[in-house]
Design a protein around this ligand. Sequence first.
Ligand code: ATP
Length: 229
Amino acid sequence: MKRQVAVIGLGRFGYGVAETLVKEGCEVLAIDTDPEKVQSISDLATFAVQCDATDEKALKAISAQNVDVAVVSIGENIEASILIVQTLKEMGVKQIIAKGVTAQHGKILKNLGVTEVIFPERDAAIRLAQRLISPNVLEYLELSPGFSVEELTVPERMSGLRLREAKIRETYNVNIIGIRKKVCRMVKGRMTTEEVFNVTPALDDVIEKEDILVLVGRQEDLNRLTKSE
Ligand code: ATP
C-alpha cells in the first residue's frame, strides 16, 4: 500500500514536500485554507482540500487521522501551527513532522510530542556556510546536535593509501561508512565512467584522489579532519 502523507500548509516548503512525495509515489492529502493554493496543487495531489486544519471536525471529515505521516508546514501563523499539531496528536496521528520558525516555536512543537521539528532556512544556511568554509565537504547532514554525516573529497596526503594506512578512525575518531568511486568500464566497445558505491569499506581498500569518502562522527572531529589538509 502506498504511504499516505498529509501536507498541511502549502507555502513554498509545503508545496515542495507535497510535489516530491507525489513524484516518489506517495498518496498526498494537501490541505490549505487558501483556495488558490489548493487549486494550484489539485492536479498533482491525490486529494487537495481547502479547510482550516485547526478545526478537528474538518480534519476528521477528510480522514486525516488515517495518514501515516503529517507534515505541518506553517511558519507565519505560529498559533495555527501549534493548534494543528495538538489536534493531530489528539486524533492519534503517529508521525508528525513540523516546520519550526524560531527556537521557541520549535521547543513548543517538541513539547507537544512531534516526531521531528525541522528548520529549513536555518538548515540551508548552515549547509551553505559549511560548504563555504570547507569546499572539500560536498554534503552535510546533521544527525543529532553535534553529530553529522559528511561527504568529503579525499585529502591529498591520503590519496593512494589503504584505509588502515590513512588511520582516519584512530586519528580523528570518525567512521568511514562508504566510499564513492568513479570506475571506467568497457561497455559494448565504448569506455564509460560509472559510480560505484562501496558501503562496506574494508581496511585494505585503497582510497584514491577522485574518491568521495562518506564519514560519520562528532562535528568537531569531522572539522579537524576537513581542515587538516
Ligand atoms: P514558505 O514555506 O513559503 O516559507 P511559510 O512558512 O511562511 O511559507 P505560511 O505563509 O505561514 O508559510 O503558510 C503556509 C501556508 O499555510 C499558507 O498557504 C497558508 O494559507 C496555510 N495556512 C495557514 N494557516 C492554516 C490553517 N489553519 N489551516 C490550513 N492551512 C493554513
